[in-house]
Design a protein around this ligand. Structure first.
Ligand code: BTN
Length: 329
């Protein structure tokens, strides 16, 4: 575990509270073999993690909504055998600065490796933004793959990842998922997830690509206060949302094969699906690059995933990176 790990209560306490039911201070103290004062101290750590604890006199404590902790064994069990075999390593980390940063630091290796975290102390979003990561509430997933031949063949990969995330969500019962160029997963115009690809090594030779995905599963109170753009979580879309381990394994079932084949297949075979999912097709949009703004009609993407914008100068092509796109007002 890294130095950036948070001050967490013992896992045994979290497990006791994970059922979302009431537990008296005495019951918790007995189960952990500590004093009630020690339990209060541990319970005080829950709120900074983004969890909501209800304390009612005479009834004890309850963790609002309960918790489903991620479990490597369960995730592997629910994965397709061939996918599980093609994954060199799968870790669930309790707390880390950022799963992307963690995989960028890990020893270089050849196969695909994946890691989930229950909590990120410094989750990273695109364009230097923070990714709010309340404990055991959402999916924070990173996968790393390596290449000897530079980034050229990986153009458009973040868009392709969006396509398979949308497919996964469809399979889990969420219809009408859309994608916003380059990396947002939307539902009803609100952000349900985001993808961040980072690279370590020589971009024209031996390098490692880290694909990070944040997917909102629970409408945690801590997120309501901290996120400054319209967003949504799975629990607000589905009356009975799937468990976190099921979401985790379904995501891997779709993303790992994509990463395995992308260098040879490229974006072209995902393009038609991306076009169908394009949230802003033929809308007037503003593209922001630093302080520059370019307005135009969103005309989809080209064969490598670059944005096609019909501006007053004609059809212009824009590549991803530090850009953002908004519907023009
Ligand atoms: C975005 O800004 O939309 C991209 C968000 C990506 C967040 C994920 S959470 C897992 C991985 N680790 C990080 O620090 N960021 C990505």
């Amino acid at each position: 575990m890294s130095n950036d790990s948070a001050d967490l209560p013992p896992l045994a306490l979290l497990q006791l509270l994970s059922d979302g039911k009431n537990h008296s201070g005495q019951e918790l103290a007995n189960a952990l073999n500590v004093s009630r004062t020690a339990i209060w101290k541990q319970l005080a750590k829950l709120e900074p993690l983004g969890l909501e604890l209800l304390s009612q006199s005479g009834r004890g404590y309850c963790l609002v909504g309960g918790l489903e902790l991620l479990d490597e064994v369960l995730i592997r069990k629910q994965m397709n055998v061939s996918v599980s075999e093609s994954l060199s390593s799968l870790n669930v980390i309790t707390s880390i600065d950022s799963t992307n940063a963690y995989l960028m630091r890990r020893e270089p290796g050849s196969g695909i490796i994946a890691c989930f975290a229950e909590y990120q102390t410094a989750g990273r979003g695109r364009r230097g933004r923070q990714w709010i990561s309340p404990f055991a509430s959402n999916i924070y997933l990173s996968l790393r793959l390596s290449t000897n031949s530079g980034l050229g063949a990986f153009e458009g990969m973040s868009l392709a990842v969006g396509v398979v995330v949308a497919k996964t969500l469809n399979e889990l019962g969420v219809s009408d998922v859309q994608l916003k160029w380059p990396n947002d997963v939307l539902w009803s115009g609100k952000k349900l997830g985001g993808i961040l690809i980072e690279v370590v090594g020589d971009p024209s030779g031996v390098c490692h690509l880290v694909v990070g995905l944040g997917l909102n599963l629970r409408s945690a109170k801590s997120m309501v206060q901290a996120i400054d753009q319209p967003w949504i979580a799975l629990d607000a879309i589905l009356p009975e949302p799937p468990g976190r381990n099921r979401v985790a394994s379904s995501l891997l079932n779709h993303i790992v094969p994509l990463l395995t084949d992308y260098e040879t297949r490229g974006f072209e075979c995902y393009k038609a699906d991306w076009d169908m999912l394009n949230a802003q097709a033929n809308q007037m949009v503003d593209l922001f690059m630093g302080t520059n703004k370019t307005s135009g009609l969103m005309r989809g993407v080209n064969a490598s995933g670059a944005l096609l914008l019909e501006t007053e100068k004609g059809l212009e092509i824009f590549h991803g990176g530090e850009v953002s796109l908004r519907v023009a007002r």
